[in-house]
Design a protein around this ligand. Structure first.
Ligand code: UDX
Length: 440
């Protein structure tokens, strides 16, 4: 099929390359010329394992091109909207300016019979509004909502082998228009469907809600275990053993029960806030009141981390040297949006500590966004002369640190494991004071 992908960020760049991998003819379009140039050279403008290889492979087939020209979308049978929907400044609601701009730019190029497929996470009701604009511009074009569930770090795998496909189609499943939209999307996803990927065909609003409901559930699961961590801290219990034990219950499951510094990133925090804002507009804010607690528990973990560091440093962090391992919001990503690690680093610096941050992939992004923080190229350099080391993003290389060798570079052997990934016995045996969130 001929496909356009509008917006080539974390989602769109991976989607474009993956669609070409599935055998389609793809044009990726973005307003950022530097991003387009880099993608066209086969260089991923951000860190995503497997993406550079996939880009090079698909570019070499000639089935994938990148451009800033929206007119290049004119030929496509399916247009994927992959632009960002960040949180509005000073508000909980989502900022839809990029979605609106992408649709406005696309409308004059819509061909009869084409399908606009929204992938961005949007407030419920957006698809219906955009569908009217599409119908007005080209009565024989259609809109579907096809939310994306990819995780950064696994984006290529999640796109090529998704765990489910959700289509929100015009007039709902089984209608004439719905069946036409479904047939087009089935052709796009013929590869994953052949692997028996489950498919849910539904109406616009359900499809929009699926995405925010999924992210709200995941955020709730993380905050649930972090609330248990608070209980563990008050009682001397161990939250990692608690998570293992409740996780054996198949109804609960162990995934997303890792207690620690909590969630960040470009999705979970802003999606639960936008969901609360939308529920308020719909007059059902009480239904999502629990998400306020989910958000509050999550933010409290960051404050607790600073307090714990102060405790470990003997009551004050003023003039103390602090090594922060990790800047990305999670490992295997260079994304620093709402990064818990950088939030903690900045709080500690503001409170008078000398903070050195390091990260294997996110340093350039961190330096750009947080120029007032100081950075070191490696864990060893960050920890040289440190009074306390904070492990805040669980990159494999930090999990693999040898406590004996690492103990040689610091001034004081104190470590706080913000992600509960180190072996406390091994670190304590090497002479370290080991502390963690939710563990004795
Ligand atoms: C998330 C959803 O998983 C994905 O389906 C959606 O499409 C976009 O949002 P992502 O933001 O890439 O994906 O990250 P994810 O792996 O979900 O992690 C989110 C945050 O939760 C990270 O900061 C991570 O460190 C934290 N987390 C995750 C925990 O604190 N504990 C856990 O057990 C799991």
């Amino acid at each position: 099929m001929r496909i356009s992908v509008i917006g080539c960020g974390y989602l769109g760049a991976v989607h474009a390359a993956s669609m070409a991998r599935l055998g389609h003819q793809v044009v990726g379009i973005d307003t950022d010329a530097a991003k387009v140039d880099s993608l066209a050279r086969g260089e991923a403008p951000f860190y995503e394992p497997g993406l550079p290889e996939l880009l090079r492979e698909t570019l070499s087939t000639g089935r994938l091109i990148f451009t800033t020209e929206i007119a290049a979308a004119g030929d496509a049978q399916v247009h994927f909207l992959c632009v960002g929907t960040p949180q509005k400044r000073g508000e909980y609601a989502a900022d839809l300016r990029y979605v609106d701009a992408a649709v406005d730019a696309l409308l004059p190029h819509l061909a009869p019979g084409s399908l606009v497929a929204g992938k961005s996470t949007v407030p419920v009701g957006t698809a219906r509004r955009l569908a009217a604009l599409v119908a007005e511009a080209e009565p024989d074009a259609m809109l579907a909502w096809n939310p994306e569930f990819l995780r950064e770090g696994y984006a290529v795998k999640d796109t090529l082998h998704p765990d489910r496909l959700v289509y929100g189609v015009p007039d709902g499943a089984g209608s004439d228009a719905g069946l036409r939209a479904e047939a087009l999307l089935d052709e796009v996803y013929a590869g994953p469907l052949a692997e028996h990927t489950p498919k849910v065909v539904t109406d616009y609003t359900t499809a929009e809600l699926v995405k925010v409901a999924a992210n709200s559930f995941l955020a709730t699961k993380i905050s649930f275990i972090n609330a248990m961590a608070e209980l563990c801290e008050a009682t001397g219990a161990d939250v990692t053993q608690l998570a293992d034990a409740i996780g054996h219950d198949a109804r609960i499951g162990r995934k997303f029960l890792n207690a620690g510094l909590g969630f960040g990133g470009g999705c979970l925090p802003k999606d639960i806030r936008a969901f609360m804002a939308r529920a308020g507009e719909l007059g059902v804010d009480q239904a999502l009141a629990f998400l306020r607690q989910v958000d509050a528990i999550n933010m409290r973990r960051r404050v607790r981390m600073v307090d714990l560091a102060r405790e470990v440093c003997g009551g004050s962090i003023v003039d103390r040297n602090v090594a922060v391992l990790g800047a990305a919001f999670k490992p295997d990503s260079d994304d620093i949006r709402d990064s818990p690690a950088l939030n903690v680093a900045a709080q500690m610096q503001l409170q008078g500590a000398h903070v050195l941050v390091t990260d294997p992939a996110a340093m350039a992004n961190a330096e750009k966004a947080w120029p007032d923080l100081s950075y070191a190229p490696t864990a060893q350099a960050a920890a040289a002369g440190a009074d306390v080391v904070l492990l805040l993003t669980e990159w494999q290389e930090y999990r693999d640190l040898d406590p004996t060798a690492f103990g040689q570079v610091v001034a004081g052997k104190r470590i706080i494991d913000g992600r509960n990934v180190l072996d406390p016995a091994a670190w304590r045996a090497a002479g370290w004071t080991y502390r963690a969130l939710g563990r004795p």
